[in-house]
Design a protein around this ligand. Sequence first.
Ligand SMILES: Nc1nc2c(ncn2[C@@H]2O[C@H](COP(=O)(O)OP(=O)(O)OP(=O)(O)O)[C@@H](O)[C@H]2O)c(=O)[nH]1
Ligand SMILES: [Mg+2]
Length: 247
Amino acid sequence: MPSSKTRSDGTFPQGTAVGHTVGHMRVAAVIPALNEAGAIADVVSRVPRDLVARIIVVDNGSTDATAEHASAAGATVVRETRRGYGWACRAGSAEAADCDAVVYLDGDGSMAPEDIASLIQPIVDDVADVVCGRRPAFASLMPWHQRAGNRVIALLLRMHGLRLAELGPFRAIRVTTLTALDLPGSRFSWPAQMLARAARHGARVTEVPVGYAQRAAGTSKVSGSVRGSLHAAWDISRVIVAERVRP
Ligand SMILES: Nc1nc2c(ncn2[C@@H]2O[C@H](COP(=O)(O)OP(=O)(O)OP(=O)(O)O)[C@@H](O)[C@H]2O)c(=O)[nH]1
Ligand SMILES: [Mg+2]
């Protein structure tokens, strides 16, 4: 029987697939962070340590004390010189190669690290390989352009047979699946490319509800402005289409 109990050493008793024995799951939390000194310590310290063996904050050349605060709160800090959310995710994922599953969450305090439990559960139970956090019925907290962009991207992902409510930034993936996808670095398109390739590889993709709040501190780098949203949505849409026509 699948179990949701965790162990004190940060491993998760893995769900039993038919004909397989029960193993142990090490989970890493990867947090891309660019100038998030006002929020990062709280995010890191709220990550449930009984579920998560490694907390990896990827700093992309912050000019504030993000790295110092993350490290003081107990995270491993990785530095990536190529600027962009996707490059940061890629660097954090490489650092998490010794784990069995990776959860990505933002460093701005807009996500509840406590939700990692429900995000990882379908992987532990071996009913999914990729799990997307679905924010509450389209978070009225998001500006209209962010909501619109997200909706368009969700519709485009149908090209890959995926029916998701949105492309949220809170996600979990099995490391064997992630390795098979061989994702390149990018500015914004990492999550969409992950989903498109996962669908193509026949990975099991599911959604679970997660909470959402306004960023706790600092300034938006992506969808806080119409320009940022448009840029991200364009980049992401191009990649979704390119993945569809790729031989
Ligand atoms: N390492 C790294 N992290 C980034 C980069 N751009 C954004 N981030 C981080 O990625 C996460 C998402 O960026 P946000 O600025 O919160 O974007 P958003 O969620 O669309 O905007 P908000 O509404 O302000 O929350 C945050 O943790 C950022 O610090 C980057 O170039 N490098
Ligand atoms: Mg944010």
